[in-house]
Design a protein around this ligand. Structure first.
Ligand code: PLP
Length: 394
């Protein structure tokens, strides 16, 4: 099997598994307990908090552990003080305005929809043909009641990177907090929250060779958020519930490895990316690279093969032992055409012919070569029965 769907999820690194194991059957104490078992679990969490913080240049007490990217995004959107106040009956929802983009992950768009139902005004910024927002649009959308700007760092479908530093300067000028969903960017782009000037940032463990169901929200010191999970007061009162110690430990280790091997991983992704790109554009006709050619994460490569249905392509690739995707794993549940490609002004044919391949540290050049050979064959096969056969003279 060749696994090229690392943007959906990654293999847990063997060193991460090793680090996690004792927390299932040896160090199984509750971190809130006073005895040694409890203290060991608590220390393990604190160590992981440091490891996560170190990867993004944050302080350890600025890291809130969550169940992943989705919860981190929901926590900031619902937990922001003025927004949270809106859930109290007496507050007027119309008083809040949030700026986001039209190409965010569903974990931003769906909570935004819910907030809109409650009267919060949301501006969805457009993107250009590469999927990049114009930071002037942020400035032009800021209103007196804007309480938050939330723009994703790297897009999960086409891999485009947004001008987060530019946006953070605008937000600073208007004193509006900036959140970024960096789930796809962490480990693929240098990220230092202080240099970037962001106020909140979402991370997910399973995208960086850590376990699933764990992640973090960086919350800059001083930024107050109101918890929406309440109970025993864990995580400094911001997220109650007994901590998922083994997963937190694994996530911490995954962050440590991502930091240590950052340069190595980046250059590996670039090698795989450029090899696949040069061969595909040379050897397969009527194909287009989507997303920005340079302002992108290089573990992601996204194409449109004209005249081909992306889902048929995925099934054919799977028959040959290659795992790829059309884009967001989450939109598969809704069977909707990609909102990202729509926002980039793709027509129906361009949207249906799209294919995302995403690399992990374990992928090899040989796998890229094999994939290109299979792609050449299956694309030609599908084009022989394509309704667009005469249009393109396949
Ligand atoms: N945000 C982005 C950009 C993502 O790609 C994903 C997952 O694909 C998420 C959020 C959700 O993260 P999680 O699966 O950890 O909930």
């Amino acid at each position: 099997m060749i696994y090229l769907d690392n943007a959906a999820s990654t293999a847990v690194h063997p060193e991460v598994v090793k680090e996690m194991l004792p927390y299932f059957d040896v160090q199984y104490g509750n971190p809130s307990s006073i005895h040694q078992f409890g203290r060991k679990a608590k220390n393990a969490i604190q160590k992981a908090r440091k490891q996560v913080a170190a990867l993004i240049g944050a302080e350890q007490d600025e890291i809130l552990f969550t169940s992943g990217g989705t919860e981190s995004n929901n926590t900031i959107l619902y937990g922001f003080p003025t927004l949270r106040d809106v859930s109290h009956v007496s507050f007027s929802f119309d008083k809040n305005h949030i700026i986001t983009s039209s190409i965010e992950h569903e974990a931003i768009l769906e909570p935004c929809k819910k907030l809109e139902e409650k009267g919060v005004k949301i501006t969805y910024l457009p993107v250009d043909e590469h999927g990049i927002i114009d930071s002037n649009d942020v400035t032009n959308s800021i209103a007196e009641n804007t309480v938050l700007v939330s723009i994703m760092f790297a897009n999960n479908e086409v891999g485009t990177i947004q001008p987060i530093k530019e946006i953070s300067e605008i937000c600073k000028k208007y004193q509006i907090p900036l959140h970024t969903d960096a789930v796809q960017a962490v480990g693929k782009v240098p990220i230092n929250v202080k240099e970037l000037g962001v106020d909140a940032l979402s991370i997910s463990s399973h995208k960086i060779n850590g376990p699933k169901g764990i992640g973090a929200l960086f919350i800059k010191k001083g930024l107050k958020i109101v918890p929406y999970i309440t109970g025993g007061g864990q995580e400094n009162g911001l997220r109650s519930g007994t901590e998922n110690v083994a997963s937190i430990v694994g996530f911490g280790k995954a962050c440590e490895i991502a930091k240590e091997r950052f340069n190595e991983n980046i250059s590996h992704f670039q090698t795989l990316h450029s090899s696949m790109l040069s061969r595909i554009v040379k050897e397969i006709p009527h194909v287009k690279l989507n997303g920005h050619p340079e302002k992108r994460i290089f573990n992601n490569i996204h194409f449109t093969f004209l005249g081909v249905n992306g889902e048929d392509l995925i099934i054919k690739l799977d028959e040959h032992g290659i795992a790829a995707s059309t884009g967001s794993a989450c939109s598969v549940h809704t069977q909707k055409a990609s909102h990202v490609l729509k926002a980039m002004d793709f027509n129906h044919e361009q949207i249906t012919g799209s294919l995302r391949m995403s690399f992990g540290y374990m992928n090899t050049l040989d796998e890229v070569e094999q994939t290109v050979e299979v792609l050449k064959m299956v694309v030609a096969e599908l084009r022989r029965v394509s309704p667009y056969k005469t249009k393109y003279n396949f």
